[in-house]
Design a protein. Structure first.
Length: 277
């Protein structure tokens, strides 16, 4: 019970810090303005001309989420641990009866809550507006929101690992942007390049295995599976991989757990050797 209380205390402290410095509300306002614009622009971001339909709007929201949410999560946590070490806050926290593991998990939960608040307060009003203007399915929108929260949590876990590896907040931000470019743009271009270089020769199992190596692609495939209306405007109906949703969900969970475990192990080691920064 004491461990739970310690983790809760650290999480509450990190959440309060994020709310106090207005990061959450700035991101929420940015996302809200961007997502609400889809209510009026409809399918413009995916190149569909005409009145916005629910499928086109869902596809636009999906594309928006896969580009913006990973970037926000990566930049948010890029220097979290290192910055607190530089300011001496980390040393003060660890002097109290809180272990490094409790601090690390509590900090992650606090940041995850802050990111979730920013996403929920921007996507929920958009969903309500779209339900009245375009008639989107509330159930599909709720599934998309759940996936968006999962995507943000995954990339937040990656940002914590990047923070420990970088040893410097500025370097952490630069590395986070690089990871974002690789995950959102470069990886897909490489996969498409393979398909073009070996037309009809790449086994479906290999192609589907490659998709599991990128959390952004796992998010896309799950979104097309859970929100079928988003696939139609993009011409992807019936073309999505046949990976079972349970496998995709497990892969997304592993993309969150593994970076956290690696980051925590590295954090403990460098803390013990006093080489965190």
């Amino acid at each position: 019970m004491k461990r739970v209380d310690a983790i809760r205390a650290v999480a509450a402290k990190e959440l309060a810090d994020r709310l106090r410095n207005r990061w959450v509300w700035t991101v929420s306002a940015l996302l809200l303005a961007t997502t609400l614009s889809l209510t009026f622009l409809g399918a413009t971001p995916i190149g569909v001309v005409g009145a916005p339909g629910p499928g086109a709007v869902m596809a636009s929201l999906l594309n928006l989420a896969v580009y913006l949410v990973p970037l926000l999560a990566l930049v948010m946590g890029a220097g979290v641990v290192i910055d607190e070490k530089r300011r001496g806050v980390l040393d003060l926290i660890l002097v109290s009866p809180i272990s490094s593991g409790e601090y690390f998990l509590g900090a992650f939960l606090g940041y995850a809550l802050a990111l979730s608040i920013a996403l929920v307060t921007s996507f929920v009003p958009t969903g309500i507006a779209l339900a009245f203007t375009t008639g989107i399915d509330p159930t599909e929108f709720a599934r998309l929101l759940a996936l968006v929260l999962a995507l943000g949590t995954v990339f937040l876990a990656l940002s914590f690992l990047i923070s420990i590896l970088s040893r410097d907040p500025a370097r952490g931000v630069a590395s986070s942007v690089l990871v974002w470019v690789l995950a959102v743009f470069v990886f897909d271009l490489a996969v498409v390049g393979l398909l073009v270089a070996y037309p009809g020769e790449l086994p479906p199992l290999v192609f589907e295995g490659l998709l599991l190596l990128n959390p952004a692609d796992i998010f896309r495939v799950l979104a097309f599976t859970w929100t079928g209306s988003a696939a139609a405007p993009l011409g992807l109906t019936g073309l999505t991989p046949t990976i079972p949703p349970a496998v995709l969900t497990l892969a997304l969970v592993l993309w969150m757990i593994v970076p956290l475990l690696l980051g925590h192990r590295l954090f403990q080691r460098r803390l013990a050797m006093d080489t965190l920064i």
